[in-house]
Design a protein around this ligand. Structure first.
Ligand code: DX5
Ligand code: ZN
Length: 214
């Protein structure tokens, strides 16, 4: 599995240092959690903070938009330096049109499913995305417990992606640690978002190395 550390709980006064920590852990990319205070009951950061972090690292920016209306800000997230822009299937915008705008801008596109959203809801969009994110907690906050009952959804998506012969990654996000990553990998996920477990790890590099072997 690849590892995409979420810097949601990091110290934003020292963003450059936190990105160096992510680089030194051996992670493959960095996961940026954008929350609008409407789609989820929490507020984080937007394009200006992503633009400020961009010159600090060459890491791939995996941008998870927990927003009710992501479409109007796609150009701003592109300009800020996002490499992948991920929208929620449950948002209020036109999903296909928004994914097309992301890809037309030359960026990777992805969709996310909240826990209550079934795998089948993503099927019509699988040819339009590079990645599908299956939330393994209710989005909004770091540090919650992994929902193992999301694993059949991961497996259903993996089977449909394979049936269609597509190369779409499946990411899991929420409560991932060395143990739950094993469960997610067995279900068919290939990218693990890791927030609190990595930032609290005694040996971050050992955690990332371990997940890489799954
Ligand atoms: C939750 C976010 C996650 C979260 C991950 O809404 O999308 O990326 O911060 O944090 P942990 O790994 O602590 O659950
Ligand atoms: Zn996230």
């Amino acid at each position: 599995m690849k590892v995409s550390p979420s810097i949601l709980t990091c110290d934003f006064a020292h963003g450059a240092d936190e990105l160096r920590f992510v680089e030194q852990s051996g992670a493959d990319m960095v996961h940026l959690d954008v929350m609008d205070g409407v789609f989820v009951p929490n507020l984080s950061f937007g394009p200006p903070v992503i633009a400020a972090l961009r010159p600090c690292t060459d890491l791939f920016f995996d941008v998870h938009l927990m927003m009710q209306h992501p479409r109007r800000l796609v150009p701003a997230f592109v300009k800020a330096g996002s490499d992948l822009i991920n929208i929620h299937l449950e948002c209020a915008d036109d999903i296909a049109a928004t994914l097309k705008e992301i890809r037309d801008a030359g960026k990777q596109a992805a969709i996310t499913l909240k826990p209550a959203t079934p795998a089948e809801a993503a099927f019509p969009y699988l040819t339009m995305v590079d990645m599908v994110l299956v939330m393994t907690v209710e989005p909004g906050f770091g540090g919650q417990s992994f929902m193992a009952d999301m694993m059949p959804k991961v497996t259903a998506l993996r089977q449909e992606i394979d049936r269609l012969g597509l190369s779409v990654s499946i990411q899991v996000d929420g409560g991932i640690n060395a143990d739950t990553a094993v469960t997610a990998a067995q279900a068919g996920a290939d990218i693990a978002v890791i927030g609190s477990a990595l930032f609290n790890a005694q040996e971050p590099k050992a955690l990332v190395d371990g997940v890489h072997t799954l």
